[in-house]
Ligand binder design. Structure first.
Ligand code: PLP
Length: 400
């Protein structure tokens, strides 16, 4: 019997961290772990980043929360900066990724409703997607594991297989409101949607008058080497969600949209008590101060390339352990030939944190401030983890 009074919805690893420094997490006993998980792509600037800490402290001394009954100048500023850097004209701030998705889903439905087509409320999503754990976002995610036992699935989501163009075209009907897609599936196993497919989705949406929603909760805020992953494909959505890395560890999300897509979201149609509060806005603005510096995304791209090259040679050395290297920037995945959870555990024994995902993949999502020496150290640790499996795999191979 567990003595914990926490709801046991997580099979937690028996490690607790006391503090962090850059890309390192440190336990109370002083064990130092190199963190290639970043709290699931959240700690975009690593731990204890001086600019972020100062912004939080300064804001904490002044004002935490006012509610959205009043103007929040730092929220105006964050929205202006995000819109200037993306396709968007307007932003709605939330506390999480799932709430950003809820806003996007409601917005897409409302758009058609105020356009005289209330029957257009259905949203097409893709197998392997992850959009959150609220009732609507588990329906969008479509994973039976997350839906089972929670009553009737929220109506209006049609899931099609990943990369099946014919199934996608067949799924579009007179009730279709939007297509919702992650430019790179994160939880699904670092599965990128090729640029030409993203452009194909845009054309399909334009042809049928439906909205294109990009879920960039995991891919956004520099993770893939662009501010948002869609920017590499030279195609713009109508609505986009962001969260995870946006607050660098402070819970904040955003739903960004064009004026046109957001035209139904008038006063009173949507709301949140905490979303976009001054403390969250100070943190997200501080993250942007760093990520929008001219050389920052170039650093992410360079580190991403270096990591990818080293992982490719690791795969060449351990073909019985690693099947494939995927991803871009610092959203990297290793498709494993051994169970991904076991491999993550072996990496942890080498004091390296990596994160299992779908499709038997482990994700490597270091803080974006990672440096060359830390990448080399991570790959050495992965090498030792691979070796521990190859020893076991070798005799079985000989018998075969
Ligand atoms: C994590 C994630 C979400 C959900 O975000 P929460 O903050 O956990 O609600 C939604 N979409 C994608 C792509 C994600 O990676």
């Amino acid at each position: 019997m567990s003595t914990s009074h926490l709801l046991p919805t997580y099979a937690r690893i028996d490690i607790a961290f006391e503090r962090g420094e850059g890309a390192w997490l440190i336990t109370e006993q002083g064990d130092r772990y190199l963190d290639f998980g970043a709290g699931i792509a959240v700690a975009s600037l690593g731990y204890n980043h001086p600019h972020l800490v100062k912004a939080l402290h300064d804001q904490a001394d002044r004002l935490w929360h006012t509610s959205n009954l009043f103007k929040i100048p730092d929220g105006e500023r964050l929205a202006t900066r995000l819109c200037a850097a993306t396709f968007a004209d307007v932003a709605f701030f939330t506390n999480s990724g799932a709430e950003a998705l809820e806003c996007a889903i409601k917005m897409a439905r409302k758009y058609h409703s105020v356009s005289g087509h209330p029957e257009r409320y259905r949203i097409i999503t893709f197998e392997g997607a992850f959009h959150g754990r609220t009732l609507a976002t588990i329906a969008a995610t479509g994973n039976p594991k997350y839906l089972d036992g929670f009553g009737p699935k929220v109506e209006g989501f049609d899931q099609v297989p990943f990369a099946d163009h014919e199934a996608l075209k067949a799924a579009i009907g007179p009730e279709t409101a939007a297509i919702l897609v992650e430019p790179v599936q994160g939880e699904g196993g670092v599965r990128p949607v090729p640029a030409q497919c993203l452009r194909g989705l845009r054309e399909l949406c334009d042809k049928h008058g439906i909205l294109l929603i990009f879920d960039e909760v995991q891919t956004g805020v520099g993770r893939t080497g662009e501010l948002y992953a869609y920017q590499a494909a030279n195609v713009a959505p109508d609505i986009m969600t962001s969260a995870k890395g946006l607050g660098g560890g402070f819970p904040v999300g955003a739903c960004l949209a064009t004026h046109e897509a957001a035209k139904g979201m008038t006063a009173g149609t949507h709301g949140t008590t905490y979303g976009g509060n001054p403390l969250a806005m100070a943190c997200a603005n501080a993250v942007l101060d760093v990520v929008l510096e001219p050389a920052f995304l170039e650093h992410v791209r360079l580190m991403g390339l270096s990591l990818k090259q080293k992982l490719a040679s690791l795969k060449d050395r351990y073909p019985r352990v690693i099947e494939d290297v995927r991803g871009s920037g610092l959203l990297m995945g290793l498709k494993m030939r051994v169970p991904n959870g076991d491999f993550a555990m072996a990496a942890r024994a080498e004091k390296l944190i990596i994160i299992p995902a779908g499709d038997n993949v482990v994700r490597l999502l270091p803080p974006l401030i990672i440096n060359e020496a830390e990448i080399a150290a991570a790959v050495e640790r992965l090498d030792r983890a691979c070796a521990s499996f190859d020893l076991q795999a070798a005799p079985a191979q000989e018998k075969a």
